[in-house]
Design a protein around this ligand. Structure first.
Ligand SMILES: *[C@@H]1O[C@H](CO)[C@@H](O)[C@H](O)[C@H]1NC(C)=O
Ligand SMILES: CC(=O)N[C@H]1CO[C@H](CO)[C@@H](O)[C@@H]1O
Length: 392
């Protein structure tokens, strides 16, 4: 009996042990399974998120490609969205030429024609001028600021009345397309000239040989580089060959001239770019050795327009000079004792009013100088004393 009960007990124990083992393994298995499951879940969501990222990247890529395609197929003008380029001058010219009339038609014709280019230091730091003095000449890009249609040009470009053709003095009134000339009356009233660099000091550059009127706003200055800026066998139209058409036969001074200049010099000296009355007189001679009269003045010298009317003339005249224009007519009619009419012309240099006559055969007689209230000027930022030790 006993052995039976022992055997049963053994069997029970065995069963319990087996069950426990099963339970334990089941437990271990479940834990492993859970860990695996969470790992799978983790991998799963990581996979999902990276595939989400991929597709959003893809969407982004497609969008960018679409934008690029759109940009490339769009018309250029719309692309840039710039229909005008507002440029502010970097400086202003203080020149010996007080009015357009008398301002040479081309650069370097009047070697003594001096000007001081005063830079606007709030836009251009003086260090920008470093190196410029190592060149003998520079290009100057400027605005034809005295064109009376300027405002109209900006505000109503279609009504500004720019003419396709202009009369050129050397063709005696013949017309040439505006881009075949250097007329100031052009769709964009920008001028280009070259000048001799005499000296650079601080925010100022002393120039000579200029054909710029006092107050000219300057947009840019670039060095003149002979090996690429000078073209040996460049062609020009025949009407531009030989300048003698516009030079005069002689320039002489009356006795009154010297004494009247001495008188004026007392006040003129402090603002002058010239060392002495003699040097100023040399300037007058150089300027008047070219016929600075306008086309109609030369052709009809006796139909003089009184001086007081000059401001009423407008730029709209079609008789536009190559480099200046009819508004510059400054002369008057004088009845002399022989009862013949002679014309006295006026040239304004550094605010001084120079009276001269010109005979039919091209001899200029400079009569006198007077101060002019019209051009009585502010104090100039530079005068001869500024440059004295820099000029020989
Ligand atoms: C200098 O430039 C500033 C703008 O940068 C302008 O306000 C100022 O009027 C200019 N000065 C002269 C003398 O042109
Ligand atoms: C985005 C932008 O600069 N738009 C300008 C494009 O140019 C016109 C004038 O031509 C302006 O009015 C817009 O503001």
């Amino acid at each position: 009996m006993r052995s039976i009960s022992e055997a049963r007990w053994f069997a029970v124990t065995l069963t319990i042990t087996t069950l426990s083992a099963i339970t334990i393994s089941a437990y271990i298995f479940k834990r492993k399974f859970n860990a695996l499951k969470s790992k799978i879940h983790e991998l799963d969501s990581s996979l999902k998120s990276s595939s989400d990222q991929c597709s959003s990247e893809r969407r982004g890529r497609i969008k960018a490609q679409q934008l690029l395609r759109k940009e490339l197929t769009r018309p250029k003008s719309e692309n840039l969205n710039l229909s005008y380029y507002p440029m502010i001058p970097i400086g202003t010219i203080q020149s010996c030429f007080s009015t357009r009339n008398g301002t040479p038609r081309q650069p370097l014709l009047v070697p003594l024609a001096r000007a001081c280019l005063v830079f606007n230091t709030s836009r251009v730091p003086p260090a920008s001028l470093e190196g410029l003095s190592e060149y003998s000449h520079c290009w100057i890009i400027y605005v034809f600021h005295l064109n009376t249609n300027l405002e109209k040009m900006w505000k109503h470009p279609s009504k500004s009345g720019i003419k396709a053709k202009v009369k050129v003095p050397r063709l005696n009134g013949g017309r040439v397309g505006v881009f075949g000339t250097r007329s100031p009356h052009r769709p964009c009233p920008i001028g280009l000239t070259v000048a001799k660099v005499e000296a650079v000091q601080g925010d100022m550059v002393l120039l000579s040989g200029v054909d710029l009127v006092d107050g000219t706003p300057v947009l840019d200055v670039k060095p003149y580089i002979p090996f690429c800026d000078s073209i040996q066998d460049a062609a020009v139209p025949s009407w531009l060959m030989g300048d003698n058409l516009l030079s005069v036969a002689s320039v002489s001074f009356s006795e009154d001239f010297t004494s009247s200049l001495e008188n004026c010099w007392i006040t003129a000296e402090k603002n002058s770019l010239y060392a002495s009355p003699d040097e100023f007189q040399s300037l007058v001679k150089q300027v008047l050795s070219w016929d600075i009269r306008s086309l109609s003045q030369r052709n009809r010298p006796h139909e003089a327009i009184p001086m007081k009317e000059k401001d009423q003339l407008s730029d709209d005249t079609s008789d536009v000079d190559e480099h200046q224009d009819e508004t510059a007519i400054v002369h008057e009619r004088e009845q002399n004792t022989l009862n013949s009419i002679e014309v006295v012309y006026h040239l304004f240099l550094e605010g001084l009013n120079i009276h001269y006559r010109i005979s039919d055969d091209g001899n200029v007689i400079v009569e006198k100088v007077s101060t002019s209230a019209v051009y009585d000027k502010k104090t100039n930022p530079c005068n001869y004393l500024t440059w004295k030790d820099r000029m020989q």
